[in-house]
Design a protein around this ligand. Structure first.
Ligand SMILES: Cc1ncc(COP(=O)(O)O)c(C=O)c1O
Length: 388
């Protein structure tokens, strides 16, 4: 189903998914048969203009979203900004955005930029992840969280926090970057307001693949888009001078969608369409449990940074070590690819569509050898590259 280079154990699909076996042919066909033969008529004849919604529905099935509530486009940072701006606009009398210190920096940076642009003295309040629930007070406008912590894999209790936030009169924005395709998510069943996520991790759309955004149908018609681009207009091809938002989720579109990248995503969704997230989750737990057990048995100096309870984490396992960067480089040199997150996290993603139990045990054996013989302790493994 996926191509992986010979001799590589890939435990980084939580950062960049590998290529689906059919992706080259799918993108080639899009280039030659659609772009090549149909030229601009492909926007209609090949259905290009409808793809952000069509693909949104296919992703929606994996995250418990009703059909017609998810749309693709832009990058996740942009989608965070859009969702937060829309949510703040729906709570005009409140001034606090609550988030946690485990959130991905871009989410916090985008919130800072939005607050500056609004110029209405909003406050971005961050607390430790385990303190979020207690920090939901009646002055909170929006609770903005990443469900699964990118560093440790710790998972928030989505349903419970939404209930708590709603009871306090706040709206919630979820970043599902490490959830979509990794764990079961039930947006509709949890009464979620807004959710955003990327497609280049577990969903394998390739580097720079488009992000997605979900808005609950009960609020979508009240959303006033901050990024009021022409493709979110009610009638883009009327070319009116004034902006009128499109129906429901359509208004969260901004500009021209990335057609080639969406063709790549289609190759992956052809696989995901046949998958039950409950099966993926069950297998992911087996894989992560086996990895923790094997690594702890052979690497006493590595400290588990992920929750021990598999129900309390996503589909990744992280270990801490002061020399984490060099250890990861030594692992990559031996064909086991994970990644490093500052200051000291070795991060491993588990993706049941292509990770086997054999991969898990080989990876743990190699890590054990590297730690036992200090194979990481070489100058070449200590020079930091631009991307870690
Ligand atoms: C939780 C989370 N949010 C946002 C991003 C980045 O978003 P973008 O697609 O804009 O680079 C990442 C990237 O890894 C992420 O892990």
């Amino acid at each position: 189903m996926f191509y992986l280079p010979e001799g590589v154990i890939y435990l980084d699909g939580n950062s960049l998914g590998p290529t689906p076996a059919a992706v080259a042919e799918k993108v080639r066909a899009c280039i030659t048969d659609e772009w090549g033969e149909m030229l601009i008529t492909a926007w209609n004849r090949a259905g290009w203009m409808d793809k952000p919604r069509a693909l949104g529905d296919r992703i929606g099935r994996l995250i418990g979203a009703e059909p017609g509530t998810v749309v693709l486009g832009d990058t996740l940072s942009i989608k965070v900004y859009q969702a937060l701006a829309a949510a703040l606009d729906l709570r005009p009398d409140r001034k606090v955005v609550l988030s946690d210190t485990g959130n991905f920096p871009t989410d916090l940076y985008m919130a800072e930029g939005l607050i500056r642009t609004l110029g209405r003295s909003h406050e971005l309040r961050t607390v430790a992840p385990e303190e979020v629930e207690a920090a939901i007070t009646p002055d909170i406008a929006v609770l903005m969280l990443t469900e699964v912590d990118y560093r440790t894999g710790r998972k928030h209790d989505m349903k419970r926090l939404i209930e708590k936030a709603h009871a306090a009169g706040a709206l919630v924005v979820w970043d599902l970057a490490h959830s979509a395709g990794a764990i079961e998510v039930d947006l509709a069943g949890s009464d979620a307001d807004f959710a955003v996520g990327c497609t280049y991790k577990y969903l394998n759309s390739g580097p720079g693949g488009p992000a997605f955004i979900y808005v609950a149908p009960r609020i979508a018609e009240r959303v006033k888009p901050a990024l009021s681009g022409w493709l979110g207009h009610e009638a883009p091809f009327a070319f009116d001078l004034g902006y009128r938002p499109g129906a429901g989720i359509e208004r969260m579109r901004v500009g021209t969608p990335p057609i080639l990248q969406m063709a790549a995503l289609e190759a992956s969704m052809d696989i995901w369409d046949r998958v039950d997230m409950a099966d993926i989750r069950a297998r992911s737990i087996e894989l992560t449990e086996a990895f923790v057990k094997a690594v702890e048995a052979t690497c006493p100096t590595l400290t588990l940074a992920s929750p021990r309870d598999p129900e309390a984490r996503g589909s990744q396992i992280s270990f801490r070590h002061p020399e984490g960067y060099a250890i990861m480089q030594a692992l990559i040199a031996r064909g086991v690819i994970g990644d490093f997150r500052a200051p000291d996290i070795l991060r491993f993603g588990f993706t049941p569509l292509y990770t086997t139990m054999e991969d898990v045990s080989h990876a743990a054996t190699i890590l054990g050898e590297i730690m036992r013989d200090n194979l990481w302790d070489r100058a070449e493994f200590k020079t930091r590259a631009k991307v870690t």
